[in-house]
Design a protein around this ligand. Structure first.
Ligand SMILES: Nc1ncnc2c1ncn2[C@@H]1O[C@H](COP(=O)(O)OP(=O)(O)OP(=O)(O)O)[C@@H](O)[C@H]1O
Ligand SMILES: [Mg+2]
Length: 294
């Protein structure tokens, strides 16, 4: 895995670029400028962690890429096709190439694990088949294979509402991957999980991104997870990219710049002192209070 993308200039149209975001801005109807001229290029597979304070624009950025949020201006080229300019049908086709994994899992509760995974294929099958929930045998085989790969062998018949958070996220990962996406967008995949499960999920996302040679853009609040599992870290502040480099370049001075002044080595006990509530939140962001090592 190279870190060639970090700090790569956003030259457009280069043959090797998988994703090229140029001058991306989003102004919400409230007048809030959530993204302010973002340039961002991906050439290589692997995990790109997106970090930054709450409200910095991380989710808006991820959601603009598959137009769950409509960009106000800018271009988003996926393998040379500008997603911003696609009509409905074009966008539907393009979205099949983009896998999305959500914090809140977004499973259909009353459906089985298998049905939820196969829902990831819905973009590929005809309407009638969808209504009858019939899937090609090859898709079913692929779903079984993926379930085994994400550690859910034997769970295919289990209803989604009978799963733990970690298991649900594994289903979410399998559902995103069954469409063989060219790009994975992942918004806070570990936010509802305990620290150990969070690390297992991030390891799985990383392994699959590498195995399938797919870039994965992953929003993370937890800087420790970003450091451990990302090949590249991009930090947002007030709708702009303020850092784009390898995880090792993410030193305390840089974190200060990204998150504001903070004692990054403070413990949770320090944070519990009266009048320091802001620090507790920052400690959580760093994973300092998880007690999980290595
Ligand atoms: N639908 C919306 N309408 C208006 N403003 C919005 C909307 N969604 C987000 N915003 C605002 O845009 C800014 C960026 O929000 P965004 O959700 O992208 O931040 P974030 O970095 O993902 O934050 P968090 O870490 O809390 O998830 C924030 O100020 C937010 O309040
Ligand atoms: Mg967010």
């Amino acid at each position: 895995m190279t870190h060639a993308d970090a700090k790569a200039p956003p030259e457009r149209g280069a043959a090797s670029e998988r994703l090229c975001v140029a001058g991306l801005s989003k102004v919400y109807p409230t007048g809030k400028r959530a993204l302010d001229g973002v340039d961002f290029v991906v050439h290589t597979p692997g995990v790109i962690a997106v970090i930054g304070s709450s409200g910095a624009g991380k989710s808006t950025f991820i959601r603009c890429i598959n137009r769950l949020v409509e960009p106000t201006s800018g271009a988003i080229l996926l393998d040379g096709v500008d997603l911003v300019r696609l009509d409905r049908a074009g966008l539907r086709a393009a979205r099949r190439r983009i896998g999305m994994i959500f914090q809140e899992f977004n499973l259909v509760e009353r459906l089985t694990v298998m049905e939820n995974v196969l829902a990831g294929r819905l973009g590929h099958v005809g309407l009638l088949d969808t209504l009858r929930r019939r899937f090609a045998p090859a898709d079913v085989d692929a779903a079984f294979e993926l379930l085994a790969r994400v550690g859910l062998e034997g769970f295919h018949d289990r209803r989604a509402d009978a799963l733990s958070g970690g298991q649900r996220q594994r289903v979410g990962i399998a559902r995103a991957l069954i469409q063989r996406p060219d790009l994975l967008l992942v918004d806070e995949p570990t936010a509802s999980l305990d620290p150990r499960t969070a690390r297992q999920i991030m390891r799985l996302v990383r392994e699959l991104a590498v195995e399938r040679a797919t870039p994965a853009i992953v929003n993370l609040h937890d800087v420790a997870l970003a450091r451990e599992f990302a090949d590249r870290v991009v930090a947002f502040s007030a709708g702009r990219i303020v850092f784009d480099d390898t995880p090792v370049a993410l030193d305390d001075a840089t974190l200060d710049r990204i998150y504001g002044g903070e004692d990054w080595n403070a413990t949770a006990d320090d944070d519990a002192a009266p009048g320091t509530t802001g620090r507790a939140a920052a400690g959580r962001a760093l994973g300092d209070d998880t007690g999980v090592a290595g």
